[in-house]
Design a protein around this ligand. Structure first.
Ligand SMILES: [Zn+2]
Ligand SMILES: [Zn+2]
Length: 370
């Protein structure tokens, strides 16, 4: 693994100024929004992390001494919420005591997008093309907020402090209060020539297409986390995260039950009595459902490993087919005679059209299996 210095292209005796510069340069170069499709996200994160450590004198001392930053035990995990805040306060000097000018650079917000996919895509996994309206880095000024070639100038009203002291009269006499500088809105600098593309915010609204890889086994409510794919911040600030929440459409045949798929298969009474094979079109192609002779309505045929892949760990659920035996309707004379003959042969006899009830009733729970 490269050292934090190597990651930033610096030698171990680099000054804070050099560290700051290297980070700024690499962040701009590697920013994921400027490199769509180019896999710079990991590198971008490594650079951010290296900077987080080296820009903090205490963390840097510890890193120099031990070769890792875990010695202090105070190191927060990187990549979660809150991580960026620290870095950017250090980077732009916003957080040291609260008296300095505000930074134009702020981290972007996280975004949550909901998408609908078919059950088949949920079972097989898919690459989902997602279109969303978001804020991207302004390519004209690259987040500098000013027209290329021009620079922010120190605010004349507050002389770069971002705040002004104002005398106010009170009952106790004259007092000084500190207020945000109205001329520069607290930034300490003004933009004589704001970037015409982004009006000085460093970012622009754009409809972007993202390719979201959905693993096999996702379900309604599953959230896919895409770090750094959310809205880009102002003034070249890092992008927030994008969360994609999935909603799976109903399927006309299959219904999800945990990681099992369930379906109901209707078969004629004769087929249920005699037994047969029925071809069922599954997400894995055609499969034979074997109906045993004497199958009852409500019986279940379980087809192993044709269900939904487990999202964590290997393997799949099953496909469970519930059999619905269809009693024939609208029998003609000849068909009625055939069934009467069958009833007679099986001694399922009628007395003047009425069936003997003894022995036919059973407890409900004994009847309903599975
Ligand atoms: Zn711009
Ligand atoms: Zn000012």
């Amino acid at each position: 693994m490269a050292s934090h210095y190597e990651t930033l292209g610096l030698s171990p005796d680099a000054s804070q100024e050099e560290i700051k510069k290297a980070h700024r340069k690499l962040s701009r170069k590697l920013h994921p929004d400027l490199n769509p499709g180019g896999d710079t996200e990991e590198e971008y994160k490594a650079v951010s992390h290296a900077y987080e450590v080296l820009s903090d004198p205490e963390k840097r001392r510890n890193y120099d001494a031990t070769g890792n930053e875990n010695g202090t035990g105070a190191q927060g995990g990187f990549g979660g919420f809150g991580g960026f805040g620290d870095i950017f306060e250090q980077f732009f000097g916003g957080g040291d005591g609260g008296q300095g000018p505000k930074s134009r650079t702020a981290p972007g917000r996280d975004a949550l997008i909901r998408i609908r996919i078919s059950l088949e895509d949920a079972v097989k996994g898919t690459n989902h093309k997602l279109q969303l309206r978001t804020a991207v880095l302004c390519t004209v000024c690259r987040g500098e907020c000013v027209e290329p070639g021009s620079h922010p100038v120190t605010c004349e009203t507050c002389h770069g402090a971002g705040h002004i002291q104002r005398p106010v009269r009170s009952l106790l006499g004259q007092m000084m209060t500190v207020a945000e500088c109205p001329a520069c809105s607290g930034y300490g600098t003004t933009l004589p020539k704001p970037c015409p593309e982004c009006q000085g915010s460093g970012r622009v609204a754009e409809t972007v297409t993202k390719n979201v890889k959905l693993p096999a086994g996702v379900d309604s409510g599953t959230r896919v986390h895409l770090p750094g794919q959310g809205e880009v911040g102002t003034g070249g600030g890092p992008a927030g995260d994008l969360y994609v929440e999935i909603e799976v459409d109903r399927h006309p045949v299959f219904e999800r039950d945990g990681d099992d798929l369930r379906a109901v298969l209707s078969v004629p009474m004769t087929a249920a009595a005699l037994g047969t094979d029925v071809t069922l079109e599954t997400f894995d192609g055609d499969h034979e459902v074997s109906i045993d002779p004497g199958t009852q309505s409500g019986d279940e045929v379980r087809m192993n490993d044709l269900g939904v892949p487990h999202l964590r760990g290997g393997g799949r659920g099953d496909l469970r087919v519930t059999i619905n035996v269809e009693t024939p309707r609208g029998l003609d004379e000849a068909q009625q005679k055939l069934l009467r003959d069958l009833a007679e042969a099986r001694e399922e006899t009628f007395t003047e059209g009425k069936l003997e009830s003894r022995g036919l009733f059973s407890r409900l729970k004994d009847r309903l299996r599975g």
